[in-house]
Design a protein around this ligand. Structure first.
Ligand code: UT7
Length: 330
């Protein structure tokens, strides 16, 4: 199959990470865990934690400002802001509207996409559709997460995994052969209760029972999620390559969702991609849900791991379950 001509491209990236670092040694003082267990089972050494007064919109707007500055885009030129988040500042209104207000993007439509760790790729696919069909010219995809706010800091099986942060990209119509070559998105809601926040929404409103039973925090069946993540990310990698008319040998950089180094290694092995071609920052940030991919993309660029014409494969998996992938020509 011939590679499709890209219609839409990412023209600039940005990231914002809280300064505060929470190390495995810090966690050893909070729950019954060890640096050794966390590093061996997850690959995580430390993660960033946002301060109490900072929310997803604050972090997302900062990442977006950096991306806009690099793209030379003024706030009034932005048509569309799509925010991917599992940790919205509020259930109402959308965090995207709060980002829009902070940026002063007075001509932009704004809404959230809820697809957990796959949110960045889902939001990118939505924005690609708007731009490819001429319904938007300049869009922002912002992925921002304050995972620390929905983490049960007494549950050692989850609290060692997550971190806070935000990434953003400016998206426009492609003019030079760069851009999005393919997308793939799937979901399986029958497995929702393997990774979820059972209470605190409209179905089980926040009350004393939710508080006492800690139902407003993330609950995860780690081993089951692990297996589904490897299976689904491997499938997503295959599908994005197939749809782009490429094989793994054509990929210069693989950026998988950063939840666990063992999931990353297993997916890379399945996709036949050597670890030298895989971007890894899970050791420094843990799992920042939707923010992991744009933060990794921004860092990879800064480190010179992407050159004009490089082919990049991105793959994600998360609550829902949702999974997604894309191939970009940089
Ligand atoms: O973003 C997408 C969603 N998230 C993921 O992709 C995460 C997927 N899951 C995982 O990454 C892994 O399943 C975990 C890292 C969460 C857990 O690793 P595991 O190798 O699957 O361990 P396990 O859950 O099977 O637990 C093994 C043991 C258990 O003890 P027993 O029952 O064998 O005595 C746990 O109680 O490790 C124990 N354990 C811990 N020990 C020390 C669980 N958490 C900890 C901990 N420190 N933090």
């Amino acid at each position: 199959m011939k590679a499709p001509k890209p219609l839409v491209e990412i023209v600039a990236t940005g990231r914002w990470l809280p300064e505060r670092v929470l190390t495995n040694a810090d966690l050893e003082r909070m729950v019954d865990t060890s640096d050794e267990w966390i590093r061996e089972r997850t690959g995580i050494r430390e993660r960033r934690i946002a301060s109490a007064e900072i929310g997803a919109a604050d972090m997302g707007a900062e990442a977006a400002r950096i991306a806009m500055e690099r793209a030379g885009v003024q706030p009034g030129e932005v048509d569309l802001i799509v925010v991917a988040t599992a940790t919205p500042d509020r259930l109402l209104p959308a965090t995207a509207c709060e980002v829009q207000a902070r940026l002063g993007a007075s001509n932009a439509a704004a809404f959230d996409v809820s697809a957990a760790c796959s949110g960045f790729l889902y939001a990118l696919a939505v924005v690609e559709g708007y731009i490819a069909t001429g319904r938007a010219d300049i869009a922002l995809v912002v992925a921002t997460e304050k995972m620390s706010a929905i983490t049960d800091w007494t549950d050692r099986s989850t609290c060692v995994l997550f971190g806070d942060g935000a990434g953003a990209v400016v998206v426009r119509r492609s003019t030079n052969g760069r851009g999005i070559l393919s997308h793939y998105m799937r979901s399986d809601g029958t497995l929702a209760d393997l990774l979820w926040r059972p209470g605190g929404g409209a179905r089980v409103p926040f009350d004393q029972v939710v508080l006492d039973e800690r139902l407003h925090y993330v609950k995860m069946a780690g081993r089951e999620v692990f297996k589904a993540a490897v299976r689904s990310m491997a499938e997503a990698a295959d599908q994005a390559l197939l749809r782009a008319g490429l094989t793994s040998g054509d990929i210069d950089l693989f950026i998988p969702h950063q939840a666990n180094i063992r999931i990353i290694e297993a997916t890379a092995k399945y996709a036949n991609l050597p670890m030298e071609k895989v971007y890894v920052n899970v050791d420094r940030y843990g799992n920042m849900s939707s923010a992991t991919l744009p933060v990794a993309l921004d860092e990879a660029l800064e480190e010179g791991r992407l050159k004009p014409g490089s082919n990049v494969l991105m793959v994600a998996f998360g609550a829902g379950f949702t999974w997604a992938s894309t191939v970009l020509r940089w």
